[in-house]
Design a protein. Structure first.
Length: 254
């Protein structure tokens, strides 16, 4: 099995080492192609207004001076010798739960894989003050990653779908199990924008996505993480809201 590894935290991110450790339990045919710098929040963006450069670090190990989507495109079209059987993206440092996924470079790299018809899984380690910076920071992902991926290797993936996996912020032996759940809802409307002055006195703004209020709806990824479970959510690229088609069409009639 040929596996392509990518992420949005950048080639040198600690979670990327964790991902490789996980992937090596399934195969030795590992290819690495990730953004050279952190691209968190890049979503599914493509670099169109400047060239991207490919950096080769070793056999089958590359970085791209672009976004996660650029990296997957480069891997599939320029770098790899044949298509991968699986794309793993992560392990992101931080949650990709609820509506996070629309901003997520980690999930978007997997989306790019799904668009190319390749089985793709995004992996994120939720962090908290308790585990951040400790040996447990990626502990849940390291231990539970293989358990979450293994059943997905043979499971049928419908066309234009992918799977999003989040690990709860607690030591691996405190994780209660794995739940397959739907995407929850975050309220980002009150997300913080920090204002400050740069060294030359000019005003700047810095987006923060912390301290988000959310309701823990039953059966969601948010609830599963809160309960201490690994959250596994199948996602689809078709964003059409089907029940609104007739309603909207009615507004354009007559
Ligand atoms: Mn990230």
């Amino acid at each position: 099995m040929r596996i392509l590894l990518t992420n949005d935290d950048g080639y040198h991110a600690p979670g990327f080492e964790v991902l490789e450790e996980i992937a090596r339990q399934f195969s030795d045919d590992i290819w690495v192609c990730a953004p050279s710098e952190e691209q968190s929040g890049a979503g599914h963006s493509l670099t169109l207004n400047r060239p991207v450069r490919l950096q080769k670090f070793a056999e089958r190990r590359f970085a791209v001076t672009g976004t996660p989507t650029d990296s997957v495109m480069m891997a599939l079209r320029e770098v790899m010798d044949g298509e991968p059987d699986l794309i793993l993206s992560g392990v992101n440092r931080g949650a990709n739960l609820g509506d996070d996924i629309t901003y997520s470079g980690t999930v978007s790299a997997a989306i790019e894989g799904a668009l190319a018809g390749i089985r793709a899984i995004a992996l994120s380690q939720v962090y908290s003050r308790d585990t951040n910076g400790t040996e447990h920071e990626f502990g849940a992902a390291r231990e539970w990653g293989p358990k979450a991926i293994e059943p997905l290797l043979k499971a049928p993936f419908a066309e234009r779908t992918l799977v999003n996996v989040n690990f709860p912020p607690r030591p691996a032996n405190d994780v209660k199990g794995i739940r397959v759940v739907r995407q929850g809802f975050h309220d980002y409307s009150r997300g913080s924008i920090v204002e400050g002055r740069d060294p030359r006195g000019h005003r700047y703004f810095w987006f923060g996505l912390h301290a988000i209020e959310h309701t823990l709806d039953h059966g969601t990824d948010l609830e599963a993480i809160d309960d201490g479970y690994v959250a596994v959510t199948p996602l689809q690229l078709d964003l059409t809201h089907y029940s609104s088609i007739d309603t909207l069409a009615g507004r354009f009639e007559g």
